[in-house]
Design a protein around this ligand. Sequence first.
Ligand code: SF4
Ligand code: SF4
Length: 275
Amino acid sequence: MAKYGMVIDISRCNGCYNCFLACRDEYCGNDYPPYSLSQPFTGHFWMRIIERERGQYPEVKVAYTPVLCMQCKDAPCIEASLNGAVYQRPDGIVIIDPEKAVGQKQIVTACPYRVIYWNEEKNIPQKCIFCAHLLDKGWKEPRCVELCPAGALTFGDLEDPNSKVSQLIASNKVEILRPEYGLKEKVCYISLPKRFIAGTVVFGAKDECAENVDVTLIGDGVKKTIKTDNYGDFEFEGLQAEKEYSVRIEHPGYAPKEFTVQTKIDVYLGEIILT
Ligand code: SF4
Ligand code: SF4
């Protein structure tokens, strides 16, 4: 028996919303009993894209993080339901039974990821079901995965060591969105947004971009040297939040510069003029 899971690579997601639209196309106006009833046309985000602006002008980026039901092995939504209204299938997919769950609003607040939505008209809680109705018909992947043009979503059998999803997990690059919940989630992520430190180096005397300058980052057990690019820019990405780093800039013939940086937020050090 397969055990389904998903890996979401944030570095590939460009916020096109195709996954969100695919989900709406599949479920809005369509009932699939006993898997789910139709999703309302407004107010539900079974696949939600969290957009977060990072950095300060001119070094600004947007991180898009798709969030859906994590299909937790230890699911508090199951615990909170009465009469077995939420259950886990042998393939690991967590289903809210649309008949048994009528009136059970407490199921919505049981999920710490806030991915269960209340359907006012039908008086039921609803969420992503990994498109179980399609998988049972022989589909290899859910609609959102099929429609992602960037290849950011990978779906498959976690029990099959040759599946792409298992290989991504074996690469040790994956993380759980909120590991502190400890729910044995079956959706995990690559390149979750962390913190960056960036800057632009200029040769003061010549007033030109300082290309090929050594920039060394030290802190949090890391020591790493990179070179500025042809615009004089440098960036250290994927740093832990709430840490202290030192950034040292050195080039023959110029006085070195050193900064102490706290990663409470993403940091752009601005123009650094070497003299
Ligand atoms: S993410 Fe929320 S809704 Fe999905 S299984 Fe976990 S607790 Fe339940
Ligand atoms: S797996 Fe299916 S139900 Fe879940 S977000 Fe994707 S399209 Fe929607």
